[in-house]
Write a protein that binds this ligand. Structure first.
Ligand code: FMN
Length: 313
């Protein structure tokens, strides 16, 4: 069965910058590796793109100790942005993406404005067509979240990135805020082409064991993800899409066809799938097939027609 009906274009109407996606389904950063890691589970023709593991200027080893803690409906991670660094990404990972014709968003994170500028310049120099800027990682000690929660500093940061990077610029927002609308409008006026939301929520996992008349406590603090965060993501996407004109990519607890519909109803133009890949590594292929079949059965010729109908429903 063909899935040509899933093709969609995300467009910043103001600048004309656009991103063509084979399907609106994207593997979320940190859950999809760098390139071909999922090839035994997913036919990549069903993928709109991969968002790469978050890349920093230097290699990072991440946090020591327990990094993943399962909770009801999701998990808490404290990976701490382990990644190979931009130099190794360009020399070792990028060629594989190119050889395999894999569309991708380069996800970046930094500690300082200069870090972000350098990374964006490297992306520009290497002709990388889409950049996803993480200003929202809650599980590293300093850096990105500090920029991400203040509209003025966020505007300043994005303006600096926009000056050096001409491709499709996506800003990934944090849900750990009282005022997502101000952050979204700051991002749009600084020249971004798209907003992706949400990153993980701050969470704490606690495990109590009672052994030989004694309690043993374990706690893991990090970023909460998975189906349990979907209502928060729906709220945030709704707020963002009512505040800006640029397209919004929904992220947060997506695993079913009905999730796609719910996010479309609140203004999403594409979807990123994260934690669900861990329990079903073929989830993106499954969703693409289900979505395409639904459209054929119900005479929707294009994904945009479907989106419009659901939004107006
Ligand atoms: C193990 C793990 C690692 C992640 N690493 C990153 C990262 O490096 N950069 C980033 O922007 N988001 C990262 N995220 C956040 C996800 O991309 C996504 O925003 C979040 O998990 C919510 O989506 P989900 O509920 O579908 O997982 C990570 C999430 C998980 C679970």
């Amino acid at each position: 069965m063909g899935i040509e009906n899933l093709k969609t274009t995300l467009k910043n109407e103001k600048t004309g910058n656009s991103l063509i996606l084979k399907t609106p389904l994207i593997g979320a950063s940190g859950t999809w590796g760098y390139n071909v890691e999922y090839q035994d589970y997913v036919d990549y023709k069903y993928l709109g793109a991969i968002s790469t593991k978050g890349i920093t200027l230097e290699e990072r080893l991440g946090n020591v100790g327990e990094r993943i803690f399962e909770v009801f409906g999701g998990l808490i991670n404290r990976i701490g942005l382990e990644n190979v660094g931009i130099e190794a990404f360009i020399s070792d990972k990028l060629p594989i993406l190119k050889e395999n014709n894999i569309d991708f968003l380069l996800n970046i994170a930094g500690n300082t404005i200069e870090d972000y500028e350098k990374l964006a310049l490297i992306a520009q120099t290497n002709n990388i067509k889409a950049l996803e800027v993480n200003v929202s990682c809650p599980n590293v000690k300093k850096g990105c979240l500090e920029f991400g929660l203040n509209p003025e500093s966020l505007y300043f940061l994005i303006s600096k990135i926009r000056k050096v990077y001409e491709g499709f610029l996506i800003i990934k927002l944090s849900p750990n805020t009282q005022d997502i609308k101000s952050l979204a409008t700051a991002v749009e006026s600084a020249g971004a082409d798209c907003i992706s939301a949400i990153n993980t929520l701050r969470g704490l996992g606690v495990k109590i064991d009672y052994i030989n008349n004694k309690f043993y406590k374990k706690t893991v603090q990090g970023g909460l993800s998975g189906t349990c965060i979907k209502p928060v993501a729906l709220y945030m996407v709704n707020q963002i899409s009512s505040a800006v004109k640029i397209p919004v990519m929904a992220i947060g607890g997506i695993s079913k066809l009905s999730d796609l519909f719910e996010f479309m109803a609140v203004g999403a133009s594409a979807f990123q799938i994260g934690t669900a890949n861990f329990s079903n590594p073929s989830v993106i292929e499954d969703l693409a097939i289900e979505l395409s079949e639904f459209m054929q059965k119900n005479n929707y010729k294009t994904f945009d027609d479907l989106k419009k109908d659901i939004k107006n429903g």
